[in-house]
Design a protein around this ligand. Sequence first.
Ligand code: FUL
Length: 613
Amino acid sequence: MKRMNRLMAAACLLAAASLQGCSQRSEEYYVKHLEFPEGATMEQKVDMAARLVPTPQQLEWQQMELTAFLHFGINTFTDREWGDGTEDPALFNPTELDAEQWVRSLKEAGFKMVILTAKHHDGFCLWPTKTTKHSVASSKWKDGKGDVVKELRDACTKYDMRFGVYLSPWDRNAECYGDSPRYNQFFIDQLTELLTNYGEVHEVWFDGANAEGPNGRKQIYDWDAFYKTIQKLQPKAVMAIMGDDVRWVGNERGLGRETEWSATVLAPGIYTRSDSVNSALGVGSTSADLGSREILAKANELFWYPSEVDVSIRPGWFYHADQDNQVKSLKHLTDIYFQSVGYNSVLLLNIPPDRRGLIHEADVKRLKEFADYRDRTFANNLVADGQVLWNAAGGESREYALKEAAPVNVVLLQEDIAKGQRVEEFEVEALVDGEWKSVGKGTTIGYKRLLRFPEVNASSLRLTLRSTRLKANICNVAAYYAAPLAETQDEAQWNNLPRDTWKVTAEQPLTIDLGKQVSLKAFTYAPLNGEAKPTMAYKYKFSVSTDGQQWTEVKTSGEFSNIMHNPVPQTVSFESNVKARFIKLDAQTTDGQAAKVSADEIGVTTPAPAIKK
Ligand code: FUL
């Protein structure tokens, strides 16, 4: 309930400074949140929605555009994505940890903030916390005297980089997890250490992933108390995901929405009312429409809750040596950039340090290529006077002369979101050989919209606002030429035993006769089309047999961690090779039902590749 006080305060109307060049009736804004009066008409709702604006810290956050995630911890040393909390802290032993190398590489690549997994779901803390022994203090690294959070903080200070922390609410190690009041206090103590001892923290990232504690106990988080702790200790920090400043885009693949409203109906998950508000509207974090007029018609309130696109430069969030050749290609990263920063979102790109405690050479190289490509592309803005504020309503057009007739295939548009997000539909045309040619249409613009289209040789551009909420404030129009990129990354190979001899002998649990006895060093579960389905496997047992009668369960982690959010191929390597003619995957969904897995989704790896390239 206390949170409401802050929201009410934030929601109060602010008398705004007079709007330059703006002739519209209203000069009042709502900061971060607004409630529609009962019986409000569509016209009133749209008018108010247009005047919802970010807080100063949300605005600064949006302007960063590029931020980096560093997933690093015990999983780096166990080769897992989610640890189960039983890991021996002694395993954490980076040999050459150099936080300056992380920050330098990211700074040179144009990133403005780094967020470190100070604690992931396994509960292992990267700082010497007083709350648990499960931390770097119990590791071999620097004889237990090290502090990764401090090393990163110092490097950020040295290189003038912003600094954020990821602290997983889900803790698979803490004995008090599931004993709600005790764990909440434990979590607040951890948060307090992080937000007190390491200078300024710009973003606090709370993951939504969570599950039951020991003996099936369910942890009820006290979000309100967490929120107040942040407000008290780091009032300028934005609170992300399970927070009300920054919204998860809804996938971990780097895909923003083409229509992306920062003024959205989605109630942040930490509010007690969020479930009832969101289910009444039929929306969730993955919904396609979070802000159109259709959805405004049904809504009672609106939030400035902008989208953050989080994605890893590799298939996994943590470093795995076998993914060194799967660092996303320059083309893939560039597409992600256009579909995140270019779709009114902030990109949070994960670059996981390796077991040495360094960002791997392959990632450093790719980051540099990515930065060079963006620098080359955006160095030469062809529009002469695109930064003159244009205050315009739906139906109005404006021409922008190019400095010279030149090839163009990218247009950049920006609204001054300090005055709200207002454009609903627009079109861009190019003057080619004396004739106007439509090169692209779009819906929202917001903080930034990048439009890509086949190259034209243009001498002028024309932007038409087809539909707006009140008058829009276009503060930047620019045009560029981006050199086309070819895909260089081969598709990951996750099966090397020809399938023509395979036969499914049982569907449930999935049992396959491989047709001959082989030696296996790994198997892979690759969800069809890389899509998450409620029927997909989460917990599993993998067994092998040489005769189809006697089965031996192979020792594995028994969990396809994080598969619902990141349904990439999950390769499970065995401790030693196993002999198998038959394989069996007995798997459950996240709800504990029998999972549906087809043979096409399973691959095996034999020590010597059986498929010739
Ligand atoms: C997810 C987590 O479960 C992943 O491990 C990762 O930390 C990602 C950023 O968020 O929900």
